[in-house]
Design a protein around this ligand. Structure first.
Ligand SMILES: [Zn+2]
Length: 114
């Protein structure tokens, strides 16, 4: 079974992963201390991952302006949703803005344009 999570949370964990990879790559460069060139390549590569994650974080900021704030019917908390269907950030209750999709099983494919 596929586990769904709120889109913003998903992108956020992706950005966090990029930072993590960046640090691992930079750390890997330490093993090539004897070769300044390889070490520099590792450092630049690691830096690129961290820059990429900054870009993703910036993208989240842009996306956040496009989200719609709704009150979750299940936990009564304010949550943000993106696209036609999304999930509550807190309790993972499926949410939809489209009346025709109400009551149907949660499917992220509804967000794809036909
Ligand atoms: Zn909720």
């Amino acid at each position: 079974m596929v586990k769904y999570s709120s889109k913003i949370n998903k992108i956020r964990s992706f950005a966090l992963g990029l930072i993590f990879v960046g640090f691992i790559v930079m750390y890997g460069g330490i093993f090539f201390r004897n070769s300044p060139l390889i070490m520099t390549i590792f450092m630049i590569l690691g830096l690129l991952f961290i820059i990429a994650s900054t870009v993703v974080y910036f993208w989240i900021g842009m996306l956040s302006t496009k989200t719609i704030q709704v009150v979750c019917p299940n936990c009564q908390r304010h949550t943000k949703m993106l696209g036609r269907v999304d999930m509550c950030m807190y309790c993972r209750e499926p949410l939809t803005l489209d009346q025709s999709l109400e009551g149907k099983e949660f499917d992220e494919n509804y967000n794809r344009k036909k």
